[in-house]
Write a protein that binds this ligand. Sequence first.
Ligand SMILES: Nc1ncnc2c1ncn2[C@@H]1O[C@H](COP(=O)(O)OP(=O)(O)OP(=O)(O)O)[C@@H](O)[C@H]1O
Ligand SMILES: Nc1nc2c(c(=O)[nH]1)N=C(CO)CN2
Length: 172
Amino acid sequence: MNRAYISLGSNIGDRLHYLQQAVQLLTVTEGIHVNQVSSVYETDPVGYVDQAAFLNMVVELETLLTPHELLKKCNEIETELGRMRTIHWGPRTLDLDILLYNEENVNTKDLIIPHPRMAERGFVLIPLVELNSDLVDPLNKQSLSKLAHIQKEGVHLWRTFDGVDAFVLFES
Ligand SMILES: Nc1ncnc2c1ncn2[C@@H]1O[C@H](COP(=O)(O)OP(=O)(O)OP(=O)(O)O)[C@@H](O)[C@H]1O
Ligand SMILES: Nc1nc2c(c(=O)[nH]1)N=C(CO)CN2
């Protein structure tokens, strides 16, 4: 079984609903078991800054899917939840990024793992290390917890989901 981490982000419409729907769709996918769900954070937009605040979170999966099968599934879920690609780094109903897949390095035209901009993004690192504080960047073996501590600006805890209770809270 492989362990993967996926980052989720939304800054249009009912942001929490999009995150909930995405977690639900991952949960019902054959070959994916959602192991852990982070808290939800409200985060200042990074990159293209003239847009609404995001909600971001991270999920830990156990999966039988290969990295490319997982990417395909993530793209399908984005499309199902109404994602349209307009402005680069711009507003989106839902964005799913594969952060880590075991400790593998993948470098292909359409998929790079670890996610190339992960280490500079507090909105990714903080929910990620909430789930696993021992993670290291497979490329340079840097501690992701240490990186998260210097990337806290603009990332605010919005709603706590406590491990396995997350799904109960999601339904409330
Ligand atoms: N680790 C990865 N996870 C998800 N997509 C990836 C990854 N590596 C490469 N990609 C490619 O990136 C493409 C564009 O992704 P997308 O439009 O979501 O970028 P973005 O979210 O605007 O920016 P960013 O990649 O900086 O988060 C995807 O279609 C996919 O092929
Ligand atoms: N706070 C925040 N900023 C972003 C995000 C995101 O998910 N959260 N996603 C981006 C493109 O993937 C660009 N900027």
